[in-house]
Design a protein around this ligand. Structure first.
Ligand SMILES: *[C@@H]1O[C@H](CO)[C@@H](O)[C@H](O)[C@H]1NC(C)=O
Ligand SMILES: *[C@@H]1O[C@H](CO)[C@@H](O)[C@H](O)[C@H]1NC(C)=O
Length: 409
């Protein structure tokens, strides 16, 4: 690399009249000279960085050996996964999913994330559902494929990861890469209007390590109607930790658990707890067979909660659109960065001192803190702020609120 760059530099420096062979030689001598001088530089500069020559010569391992060690050490242990392995739990899940459905929805289309051994898959199929199984681990595919052969068109199996659909930057993703557009097109699923019935139910367990980030990613997608939400009001049925569930449904005044995520989700979705199950009911792939239950300092966290998130038909309005909903999210995040902040101070910041007027319009007490405002009040506030011409959006760019978004994605 070094040599070729040096040679190129020589080509540029040598006068045009020089014959070919001389030119090559000039390049060679110059590049070897350069290498020497680079070596010469390397010594002192290392010392300058505080590196001391070892007293005994160190043994340099062979390249092959080094490669083996690096591979060994960096071999990723498979990410933690939980499985529904017990038929009773599978039956409980399916009966909760079916609850409250009219006869016309008796055969729902269900997208199952990470079916693994396929216990829940079989139970869904037995209940008459049409199932699309998205499995990211090759190991489980052959089994699911043979199940598919038995059920004649009722099951579709795809090698991909629901929670890694539509990656922001494909370069960082582990295969198999999948985009919801391609996925839905292959399955023959067409987009329906936002106010139409639910086109598809998703069932899955949210990977624990990325739980919070994934909840943010999904809700950004919903507010933008991007990714799966291009196809309508996709209903998510997700196992999340009890701790995260409590955040999702927290009420104003519940200090510390009422957060921006609570407001953003409650504004966008009808949230229902379908089922609670102790962590120990799930099988894990952890090598030592442990349950890997996350610790929670604030809250009791003994269960995984199956929570149904149904996007609201009336989420989008004239003022809150897919184009500017991210501003709503930033506004809520800024407000709830600290739940004891006076709302009026925030409003005055954004709306050139018209906080008092805005609050009066909504009949909200002037001394209210951001942690005591209901989700629907946040939405109403956003709507009247966008309607008033005083709304100054410069606050959006004045601080780190946008960095905030990218971190959470
Ligand atoms: C796939 O599953 C098998 C069986 O549980 C496991 O041994 C393997 O490590 C998994 N592979 C990945 C990439 O997670
Ligand atoms: C959001 O979009 C609507 C419709 O285009 C517009 O009336 C409103 O001012 C926008 N709000 C913001 C904060 O950009």
């Amino acid at each position: 690399m070094l040599r070729s760059t040096a040679a190129m530099a020589v080509v540029a420096l040598v006068p045009p009249g020089l014959p070919g062979r001389q030119l090559v030689r000039a390049a060679q001598s110059l590049s070897s000279g350069l290498r020497l001088s680079v070596r010469g530089v390397a010594g002192p500069s290392k010392k300058a960085h505080g590196l001391v020559k070892p007293r005994f010569p160190l043994l340099i391992p062979e390249v092959d050996e080094t490669a083996r060690v690096v591979k060994e050490k960096t071999k990723p242990s498979p990410p933690l996964r939980r499985f529904i392995a017990c038929p009773e739990l599978a039956r409980a899940v399916v009966s909760r999913l079916e609850k409250g459905r009219g006869p016309e929805l008796q055969k729902p289309l269900v997208l199952e994330s990470e079916p693994g051994p396929g216990i829940l898959t079989r139970t869904l199929l037995n209940a008459g559902a049409r199932v699309i199984a998205l499995e990211s681990n090759n190991t489980f595919i052959p089994n699911l494929e043979s199940l598919k052969k038995k059920v004649d068109g009722q099951l579709e199996v795809l090698h991909c990861d629901f929670f890694r659909l539509d990656p922001v930057s494909a370069g960082l993703m582990r295969p198999p890469l999948m985009y919801s557009e391609r996925l839905f097109e292959n399955l023959g699923i067409l987009p329906v209007p936002w106010t139409a019935d639910i086109p598809l139910k998703v069932i899955g367990i949210v990977p624990q390590k990325r739980e919070r980030n994934l909840l943010w990613k999904l809700i950004y997608d919903l507010y933008e109607r991007s990714s799966i939400y291009k196809y309508g009001r996709i209903e998510l049925n997700l196992f999340v930790s009890e701790k995260e569930y409590k955040t999702l449904v927290a009420k104003p005044g519940e200090s510390r658990i009422y957060q921006a995520l609570s407001v953003i989700y409650q504004t966008a979705c009808d949230i229902q707890l379908l089922h609670m199950e102790p962590w120990s009911s799930f099988l894990t792939n952890s090598r030592n067979g442990g349950l890997s239950i996350p610790k929670s300092v604030l809250l009791q966290n003994d269960h995984l909660c199956l929570v149904q998130l149904t996007p609201r038909k009336d989420l989008f309005t004239e003022s809150l659109t897919t184009m500017n909903s991210s501003i709503f999210i930033v506004m809520v995040k800024q407000c709830l960065a600290k739940c004891k902040t006076k709302l009026i101070d925030k409003l005055n910041l954004w709306s050139s001192e018209s906080g008092k007027k805005l609050l009066r319009q909504l009949e909200i007490p002037e001394n209210i803190t951001t942690g005591s405002l209901y989700p629907e009040q946040y939405k109403a506030l956003f709507e009247i702020m966008t309607q008033s011409n005083e709304f100054d959006q410069s606050w959006l760019y004045e601080n780190d609120s946008l960095d905030d978004i990218s971190i959470n994605i």
